[in-house]
Each structure stands twice: as structure tokens, then as C-alpha cells.
Design a protein around this ligand. Structure first.
Ligand code: NAD
Length: 446
């Protein structure tokens, strides 16, 4: 086959491995090499909280494919424990340090940067103390699990996705869990009505949630003993910092690859950077936001996989496009499922978009059918066009399906009336005949 014959992927996470697999589908003959800094490739870091909570017994179960499987099934070389130090754009080579510590060089026709993101850690006092962790990589997860075994009081900094997922899993391990959150409520990417239901769920399950707390340092002799905020101190045996991530763009910068205004790598819809033949995918990239019609930084696993699919195909001579995102995400904390898509009302304000919204409470099953649960839906509409631009759903079952439906509605710019007349499925074990989503659409129509 014609087209690029040497394809190098930097990073063996979700985006990197999806890129390599996609490149192979398009080009059966190319030499494809993935260079990964850690000992693991093709790992699912989203599973770490469940590994910590013993729902997943061994870290190896978070690895989808081993390098050996990738070699055997796809003829892709995966070099783990190998670290790229430099991209030489004009020579079309990358320099890397191999597993054995040797300095090596590899040529490429196409290069894919899938270097991901790293945890944000505020520059505060006491970070060098033992017992302070972040959650991102499998090696770190194993160390954290070991350290948790001898710790009772755990303090989590940040009530975002990781903070919530950890809180649930660590409570199940009988830890005393405190969350310190900077904002006046948990989960900054949902609106306050939804956040207050999340807050109740955390408190109901015995998590000590401390809001409006900016962490300014850690204290201890060798190991962390106290987490210090602006107005108080919290005794702890262990701390986890989960205050977000930042794109890992140092290699991109070194190579002269353009970054966008979000600070992540800017690409076109083919996932190609400003340098021809160099593509990027995953948590190091910004995405086109379909509702806002501008670049945003929303690093999530499914986006990374799809970006990888596109970048890999194009790097191998194919022609795919990544249309963008609407910011759909889902998680759960204890019994409460939490989903969001599109833009929130508070977020819309920041972009100067005038909105109206509805917020309803309903049940997940027909009234007469046993074990129906509470479910809440918020719809956000653009005032000028009456199009649904955001949806947030929390409840004790049935959130995923409604968020999926809303994702499709928002991507396709539907109005409440179009949602109302969408032919949704119904049966008593799954929903009331007026599905909560239809109820929300009807209220929005008024
Ligand atoms: P996050 O952005 O979800 O939450 C960070 C939280 O930390 C926010 O609530 C923020 O207000 C708070 N915070 C920031 N600075 C603080 C400070 N100094 N003191 C106290 N609180 C502070 O980030 P995360 O939980 O670290 O997750 C990392 C990334 O992984 C995110 O991009 C997230 O979307 C992604 N992720 C997604 C899922 C999912 O989709 N289910 C699960 C896990 C992680």
C-alpha cells in the first residue's frame, strides 16, 4: 500500500493505542511503533477508583491489551518504560531513552502525539511529605493502595469526578473520608440544583464534605499529618490531590507545535497539528465544542479513543474527521448516578448565552411497578432559539439512557417539542409512560 510507512505514536494510553489500532486498519504494511513512558500501555485509568475500592482485584485487569497482544494481533511494536525526549521535526525523527536506558532514535513519516494529561498539583507547602498522592497512572494507583492499607483518615482535595469516585470507594474500605472543595458545592460542571443532590448523597453516606476550602499546604514530620486550608487544619493519615488535570504538552512545545487558547494542542478536524504529518489525540488536545462552536478543553476517555481513531487513520493515509464534542460525562457516587451533557446554565453565563431552564423530579419506573427510584432532570435552553443546549440528570437509576438521548438531542439541535415527539421506548420496569425526559420537555414547552 502507498502512504506513510513509518508511523510513530508517542503515548500508550487510550488515544495512543486507539491511534495505533486505527492506523493498522488503514495500512496493513506500515511499521507502527508506540513509545510509552510507563510500564503499562492500553490501561484504563478510569478504573483506578474501583481498583482502590477492591471492586477490581488486580491492577492488571485495568490493562485491555498487553504489548505482546498488540504485537501478535495487530503487528504493532509497543515499547514500554521508554521515554521520548525530543522530536526533530526537520529530520522526522524522535529521540527516546529505551527500557535499558539507551539513547535511541526512530524515524517517522507520520507522528501521533498522544501524551495525555497530568494531574494538576497546586504549588503549595509540604508537597514533598510522604502520604500525598494523585490518581492518574497505574504505578501510582498501586502505591496508593499499599499506603491506604495502613491509613484510616483520608483527605481528598477536590470534589470533582475523581474526588467523588474515590470517596465512595474509600468509604467502602471503611476509611474516614473528608473532602475539601474550593467551591461552595461539589462537581463544578453541574448546576447548583444538581450539585445539592450530590452534596446530600455524600453527607448521607458519612463523607465529611467541607466546602469553600482552599488547600494551602500540608504539615507533618516525614509523612503528612495535617492538610492546611486558609482557615483550618485537618488531621489526616493520607491525602489525595484531585483538583483537575493539565495537558502534557512539553514535547509539543519543544517541536514548535501550536497550542490553542486553552493551552492544549490545537488540531484541525483531521487531528493534524500545524505541522504536516504530525497528528495529536487525547487529553493533550483541545476539542471543538459543538454547542459553543469554539475550542474547549474537556479531557475524557471516550473523546480520547475517538480522536485516536481519527488521528491514526489519517496518519496512515486515510481520511477521517472528528466532528467535536458536547461534553457528555457520567459517573456515580454511592447510589446516585450523575450525568451531564452540553453546557450548564452557569457555564452559559460565562459565554454570554441567555438561557432558560426547567428542573423536574420524577420516577424511574411506572408508579405501580416495584422499586422505582427518584430521578431529577434539568434542561437548559437557548432563549433566542429555544434549542436545548444542556441537560443534567441525577437519580438512583436510569440516568445513562436519558443522558444518551439528551446527547443526541443536543448534538442535533433539537427543541423541546422535537424531544417530546421523539418515539422513546416504554415499558413499566424501565419508565413511566410519560418518561421523565418527556415530562421535562413538556415543562420546557410551557
Ligand atoms: P475535576 O475537574 O473533575 O474536579 C476538580 C475539583 O477540584 C473541582 O471541584 C475544583 O473546584 C476543585 N479544586 C480545584 N482546586 C482546588 C483547591 N486548591 N482546593 C480544593 N479544591 C480544589 O478533576 P478531577 O476530579 O481531578 O478529574 C481529573 C480529570 O479526569 C477530569 O478531566 C475529569 O473530567 C476526568 N475524569 C472523568 C471521569 C468520568 O467522566 N467519569 C472520572 C474520573 C476522572
Amino acid at each position: 500500500m502507498n502512504g506513510p510507512q513509518k508511523i510513530v505514536v508517542i503515548g500508550g494510553g487510550a488515544a495512543g493505542m486507539a491511534s495505533a489500532a486505527s492506523a493498522r486498519r488503514v495500512n496493513k504494511d506500515a511499521e507502527i511503533t508506540v513509545i510509552e513512558a510507563s510500564k503499562y500501555a492500553s490501561y484504563g485509568s478510569c478504573g483506578i477508583p474501583y481498583y482502590l475500592g477492591n471492586l477490581v482485584d488486580d491492577v492488571s485487569r485495568l490493562v485491555t491489551y498487553t504489548p505482546e497482544q498488540f504485537k501478535k494481533e495487530r503487528n504493532v511494536e509497543v515499547l514500554t518504560d521508554s521515554y521520548v525526549t525530543r522530536i526533530k521535526v526537520s529530520l522526522k525523527t524522535v529521540e527516546y531513552v529505551s527500557e535499558k536506558g539507551e539513547e535511541k532514535e526512530l524515524e517517522f513519516d507520520s507522528l501521533i502525539l498522544a501524551t495525555g494529561a497530568r494531574p494538576l498539583v497546586p504549588k503549595i507547602e509540604g508537597l514533598n511529605l510522604k502520604g500525598i498522592h494523585t490518581v492518574r497512572f497505574l504505578e501510582g494507583a498501586m502505591k496508593l493502595k499499599e499506603d491506604l492499607a495502613s491509613s484510616k483518615k483520608v483527605t481528598i482535595i477536590g470534589a470533582g469526578y475523581i474526588g467523588l469516585e474515590l470517596a465512595e470507594n474509600l468509604k467502602k474500605m471503611n476509611k474516614e473520608v473528608t473532602i475539601l472543595e474550593l467551591l461552595p458545592r461539589p462537581m463544578p460542571n453541574v448546576d447548583s440544583e444538581i450539585a445539592s443532590i450530590i452534596e446530600q448523597e455524600l453527607r448521607r453516606n458519612g463523607v465529611k464534605l467541607e466546602l469553600n476550602k482552599r488547600v494551602i499546604g500540608f504539615e507533618g514530620k516525614e509523612r503528612v499529618e495535617k492538610v492546611v486550608t486558609e482557615n483550618s487544619k485537618y488531621e489526616t493519615d493520607l491525602a489525595v490531590v484531585a483538583v483537575g488535570v493539565k495537558p502534557n504538552v512539553s514535547l509539543a512545545k519543544q517541536a514548535g507545535i501550536e497550542l490553542g487558547k486553552t493551552g492544549a494542542i490545537k488540531t484541525n478536524s483531521r487531528m493534524e497539528t500545524n505541522i504536516r504529518g504530525i497528528f495529536a489525540a487525547g487529553d493533550n488536545c483541545e476539542s471543538h465544542h459543538i454547542v459553543l462552536n469554539e475550542p474547549t478543553y474537556v479531557p475524557l476517555a471516550q473523546t480520547a479513543n475517538k480522536m485516536g481513531y481519527v488521528a491514526g487513520a489519517n496518519a496512515a493515509g486515510g481520511n477521517e474527521e472528528f466532528p467535536g464534542i458536547v461534553g457528555s460525562a457520567i459517573t456515580k457516587v454511592f447510589d446516585l448516578e450523575i450525568g451531564r451533557t452540553g453546557i450548564g446554565e452557569e457555564e452559559a453565563k460565562k459565554y454570554g448565552i441567555e438561557t432558560k431552564s426547567v428542573f423536574i423530579k420524577s420516577r424511574s419506573r411506572a408508579g405501580y411497578y416495584p422499586e422505582g427510584k427518584e430521578i431529577w432532570i434539568k434542561l437548559i435552553l437557548k432563549k433566542s432559539s429555544n434549542i436545548v443546549i444542556g441537560g443534567q440528570v441525577v437519580g438512583y437509576e436510569g440516568v445513562w439512557g436519558r443522558i444518551v438521548a439528551l446527547t443526541l438531542a443536543i448534538t442535533n439541535k433539537l427543541t423541546p417539542k422535537q424531544i417530546l415527539f421523539t418515539d422513546l421506548p416504554y415499558a413499566p420496569p424501565f419508565n413511566p409512560v410519560w418518561d421523565p425526559l418527556i415530562v421535562a420537555a413538556r415543562v420546557a414547552l410551557r
